[in-house]
Design a protein around this ligand. Structure first.
Ligand code: ZN
Length: 137
């Protein structure tokens, strides 16, 4: 873990509850108390109705692949090791979409399908940061 070379998030007051929830393997997203929409990425106002009444709410960590791509080359040297890999847009059961990596699956167009059911995997890449990744279920 100590030699993790890829870029890492820098939690701020708005995003810290999200990163903290991943660290304890209990993902939470903001939910707008005015229109009930789940919001991702974390922010100060609801993108649907502009309310600032966003409440951190546990979510299932389950969803489906909405879209994906399989990079074979990356301009950043940190991403060149271990490729190809799957970058996926996951539509969570609660409706929010999250750009992430799909893991525990072959990085081929034959192995990954739009609509494939997935579940969260908590990847503790450093002592401070746990990343949300997803795997087939
Ligand atoms: Zn709203």
């Amino acid at each position: 873990m100590a030699d993790y070379a890829k870029p890492l998030p820098t939690p701020d007051p708005v995003t810290k509850p999200f990163w903290d929830s991943l660290k304890v393997q209990a993902i939470q997203l903001q939910r707008c108390d005015a229109c009930q929409t789940f919001v991702f990425y974390p922010r100060s106002h609801c993108p649907g109705c502009l309310s600032d009444d966003l409440v951190w709410t546990p979510v299932s960590g389950r969803g489906v692949v909405h879209a994906f791509t399989i990079p074979y080359r990356h301009p950043n040297p940190a991403f060149r090791e271990g490729g190809p890999y799957v970058v996926a847009l996951i539509e969570l059961d609660e409706g929010a979409r999250m750009l992430t990596n799909l893991v525990e699956v072959d990085a081929t167009p034959e192995a990954v399908k739009v609509g494939m059911p997935v579940e969260i995997v908590y990847d503790a890449v450093t002592d401070e940061v746990t990343l949300p990744k997803f795997r087939p279920r």
